[in-house]
Design a protein around this ligand. Structure first.
Ligand code: E4P
Length: 215
């Protein structure tokens, strides 16, 4: 399973990149807005830190404008992946960009039907959001199971990026379902890393070692 970090914060990306487990980065307009930095500069900085797919989202709503915006973003770095929302105009733009060899991550996917259309349009990645279902009391991971069943049945090239991750169980469930990628917020990555029994175990080993050294 590939692990992407879901943030536009340079410090958090840099910190987690030192762990040696990062395969890419996803951003979105809300995450970028939090950093209050020039978008292209931010994307360029991220590309210098992580050697993998870096998703940057277009803000245009019409296909021609999406394509024009995407072409400019793609020039920032070879690893830039263009995030396009799952709309009719987004499908048109994805078809064009895919034909030009510009990788697209179709985002804001909330149904298997949308996922099928995104794959057909030539998206390199598709991003179904799970947490926003959970936020309204539904089971977001059911969508991943449905999509993985469909992709397993056909030779679609798209990779599934499980997005809108709220906790480590989303990640382990996604892995058990065979999802290609999970894009994980910094706070969830930290929760994945730490376990109280590990901390207790380390302390016990150190205490026992210290006792032996005194004897
Ligand atoms: C992918 O990058 C998505 O934009 C992101 O995971 C959405 O997460 P949210 O539902 O917490 O906004």
């Amino acid at each position: 399973m590939k692990i992407f970090i879901d943030t536009a914060n340079i410090d958090k990306i840099r910190e987690v990149n030192t762990w040696g487990i990062l395969d890419g980065v996803t951003t979105n307009p809300s995450l970028v807005a939090r950093e209050n930095t020039d978008f292209k500069t931010l994307v360029s900085e991220i590309c210098k830190i992580v050697d993998g797919p870096i998703s940057a989202e277009v803000m245009s709503t019409q296909a021609a404008d999406m394509v024009a915006e995407a072409r400019k973003l793609a020039k920032i770095h070879k690893n830039v992946v263009i995030k396009v929302p799952m709309t009719e105009e987004g499908l048109k733009a994805t078809k064009t960009l895919a034909s030009e060899g510009i990788p697209v991550n179709m985002t804001l996917i909330f149904s298997a039907a949308q996922a099928i259309l995104a794959c057909k349009a030539g998206a390199r990645y598709i991003s179904p959001f799970v947490g926003r279902f959970d936020d309204i009391g539904e089971e977001g991971m059911n969508l991943i199971a449905e999509i993985m069943d469909i992709l397993d049945a056909y030779e679609f090239d798209a990779e599934v990026i499980v997005a809108s991750v709220r906790h480590p169980i989303h990640v382990t469930q996604a892995a058990r379902m065979g999802a290609h990628i999970a894009t994980i917020p910094y706070e969830v990555l930290k929760k994945m890393l730490h376990h109280p029994l590990t901390d207790i175990g380390i302390k016990r080993f150190q205490d026992d070692w210290a006792k032996m050294s005194k004897e």
